[in-house]
Design a binder for this molecule. Sequence first.
Ligand code: C2O
Ligand code: CU
Ligand code: CU
Length: 469
Amino acid sequence: MLTRRQLSKLGVAAAVTAVATATGAANHPSPKGPFSVPLPVPSVLRPELRTATHDIYRLVMREAHTRIASGGDTRIRGFNGAFPGPTIRAKRGRPVIVQQVNRLDTPVAVHLHGGHVPQPSDGHPMDLIMPGASRAYLYPNDQPGATLWYHDHAHMLEAENVYRGLAGCYILTDEAEERLPLPKGRYDIPLLLRDAALAADGSLVYDVHDIGKRSTTMVNGRATPYLRVAARKYRFRLVNVSNDRPFALKLGDGSPIVQIASDGGLLPAPVTVDNVVVWPAERAEIVVDFSRHRPGESVTLDNLAAYPGENPQVMRFDVDRTAVDHSRVPDRLRPLPALRTPTVEREFVMTTDMAHDRYLINGRPFDMDRVDFRVKAGAEERWTITVPEDTYAMPHTFHTHLAQFRVVDRNGKPPAPEESGLKDTVAVLPGERVRVQLRFTSYTGRYLYHCHMMGHSAMGMMGQFEVVR
Ligand code: C2O
Ligand code: CU
Ligand code: CU
């Protein structure tokens, strides 16, 4: 949750006022408003084959056309040509194999973000799928249920590839989670959030530097859509798939939001928040209860972190029917694994090198041939991430592959409850110092860590470690 102070630090104080004004109007939607297209829910991918032990999928990356807003058709790069890609639903203990076919004219590498994955299947940029080629990725699904996502990771190309559409949701569930009385089935919906700069003819304009022009926000690939909902509880899986934009989401009627999960899955207990923040690559799962509304009423989802002058409304929920609802949010969700005493401490300093148009970690840009440090399999480590306050300092989102971590403290203080669960991506604002703790498993080999503002990682803000026995 962002406080007013943190928001003003982001330079979005003006938008907070804009939200207050806009939401007043939102209760009386005009027929011509921005909410003219229904929210698409990405289709759930069907396996090509189910063997006794594995589910086998196939995805073809190719160009296609979609309609984001009313301006015109948009050419995109999509998994199966979809924008965003189809959702893969997996269950803990049942491994998945995804055969990825590259029919684009750019090399790609497909990474399962947040996944505990053996090195050859991690989508390391040294393992490129060249145009016309394909590669099979094995996902063991040996981790607790979580909302993961898959996206391109070809170094220096990833920012544009993901911007043009190479991202999709991967929902992993587990038995304990399925037994909880949370909203399920069609009341469990992923909302993939992002922005883009759209030209008048509908085409996507990609400029790594001019992120301020990306003023079209989208949910599941559509600009400011509406969703017809029943007057009951829904589980929404928020996934920020945008390159560089944070969202701080608040319901237009001001009612509280119950957050139940973060990047790595369920929180120990639900947390009631006024707004829910997702930085690029972060996930947050929320339960929204529309039973406080009568059919015919609407409520918007507003972005408190909208850029000044922008429409802060991200989408609208239109309550159109009543429904029985046996779901509820239990007081206890999933206990967190205990922290052990860390045996290794590491520091990561994230800086901007304006003179050379690069972004650095510990003073260095990414080098595919350099291993930045070695980690012992099974080790428990504590990492400190800082963004020094200087002229060019800006927020960064630190992400590591392979392991979920826990935030130990932020600027010396314990993290907020919604930031206390399992995470793989954490925002660090200028002048901040965030400590996280993580445990490595038996998987060995080279894995990445980087800023997940994709413009930054493409311009060097990335490193790699090697897990050794
Ligand atoms: Cu979304 Cu290197 O990851
Ligand atoms: Cu990742
Ligand atoms: Cu960054």
